[in-house]
Design a protein around this ligand. Structure first.
Ligand SMILES: NC(=O)c1ccc[n+]([C@@H]2O[C@H](COP(=O)([O-])OP(=O)(O)OC[C@H]3O[C@@H](n4cnc5c(N)ncnc54)[C@H](O)[C@@H]3O)[C@@H](O)[C@H]2O)c1
Length: 319
């Protein structure tokens, strides 16, 4: 298989690149390195362009033809919720513009298999303990909206010219499959906690009066290597003619509270720290965990790593 991976020099993309390389697939990475690291992609070819630029479609068509690409995995996107609220036009230009160019190029180069990085941010603030793909999506920020619109674009291309698409809605991704591929951004809970500890500060906990097991927010943490493996399952699924679903949650189905995460961090690091308890932040759903029935039954995928594996691997990567 020859796979084009956009955003392959990023945190999640580079894990998938490595799994593809390990199983003998040919990989070409398209990444502008705005948040990527070239060393992460090993021997894969790098095409360094901005997917959302005017010339991107032409370069993509040439790249797909030159490398005889048969499938695409699309990670390249901006992903900071706060930034998307401050700069919505930029997020739409980059995330929607980039995907429009990619789909145009795929149509022209007759590449009709696509795995798209979607997000649990498409759901907004669902008031259910485990979110299924069936519930109404009501994203509450521009980032989540770009992901939902992306799914619609994939569905429209399926109708218009026979694209085979799989949208993977990731829950909270953390951990590292290989230390050198670890998340270098300090944007999600686990890296934020580690950064606080390394600075000798108490990690902040926002909200202790939610209707959850211990009052703190509950999230579904999925190991990046499990998530990466889900992409290979999705690629295999796209080979089938009978594909009853195109959108899948990727999580463990198991929620962990912020205090449970901190307890595991204490065990993993051996550092006995206090948490800095703060009031709630606006826009945080109390609990967000995946119903993973569909992906288990349709793709035959389920997570095999737990919270301890996640925290241990993330800590090992920076120690
Ligand atoms: N990390 C998470 O917890 C999470 C959760 C849900 C969904 N996602 C989605 O997964 C995907 C990958 O996330 P990640 O955490 O690996 O992020 P990342 O920032 O590490 O990787 C994204 C990569 O895309 C590249 N890129 C961004 N915009 C580009 C453009 N216009 N043209 C070319 N390259 C571009 C960046 O340089 C980077 O290498 C994103 O689409 C993100 O929205 C991530």
């Amino acid at each position: 298989m020859s796979v084009l991976v956009t955003g392959g020099a990023g945190y999640i993309g580079s894990h998938v690149v490595r799994l593809l390389q390990n199983r003998g697939d040919k990989v070409v990475v398209v990444d502008n390195l705005s948040n990527g690291i070239q060393d992460r992609i090993g021997a894969a070819t790098l095409v360094q362009i901005d997917l959302a630029s005017e010339t991107a479609t032409k370069t993509l068509v040439e790249t797909m033809r030159a490398h005889e690409v048969t499938a695409v995995i699309h990670f390249a996107a901006l992903k900071q919720v706060g930034e998307s609220v401050a700069r919505p036009e930029w997020y739409f230009q980059q995330n929607i513009g980039g995907l429009a160019n990619l789909l145009t190029a795929m149509h022209e180069a007759q590449v009709n298999r696509l795995v798209f990085s979607s997000s649990a941010a498409t759901y907004g603030m669902p008031d259910v303990p485990a979110v299924s793909e069936e519930i109404l999506c009501e994203p509450i920020n521009p980032y989540g909206q770009t992901k939902l619109i992306g799914e619609w674009m994939v569905a429209n291309a399926a109708t218009a010219w026979g694209l085979r698409g799989a949208n993977l809605r990731y829950f909270n991704v953390a951990g590292a499959g290989w230390p050198e591929l670890a998340d270098t951004a300090v944007a999600n809970l686990v890296p934020i906690v580690f950064a606080a500890l390394r600075a000798g500060k108490s990690p902040k906990v926002f909200g202790t009066d939610y209707p959850t097991v211990d009052g703190t927010c509950v999230r579904d943490y999925v190991h990046v290597l499990d998530l990466a493996e889900a992409h290979l399952s999705a690629l295999d699924y796209l080979e089938q003619d009978n594909r009853p679903h195109s959108t899948f949650n990727v999580g463990t189905g198991q929620g962990s509270s912020v205090l449970e995460v901190l307890a595991q961090v204490r065990l993993t690091t051996g550092i006995n720290f206090e948490a800095d308890l703060q009031p709630r932040r606006a826009g945080d759903p109390p609990s967000l965990a995946a119903d993973v029935t569909r992906i288990r039954e349709t793709l035959g995928w389920s997570a095999s790593r737990n919270l301890k594996d996640i925290i241990d691997s993330a800590w090992a990567a920076i120690s």
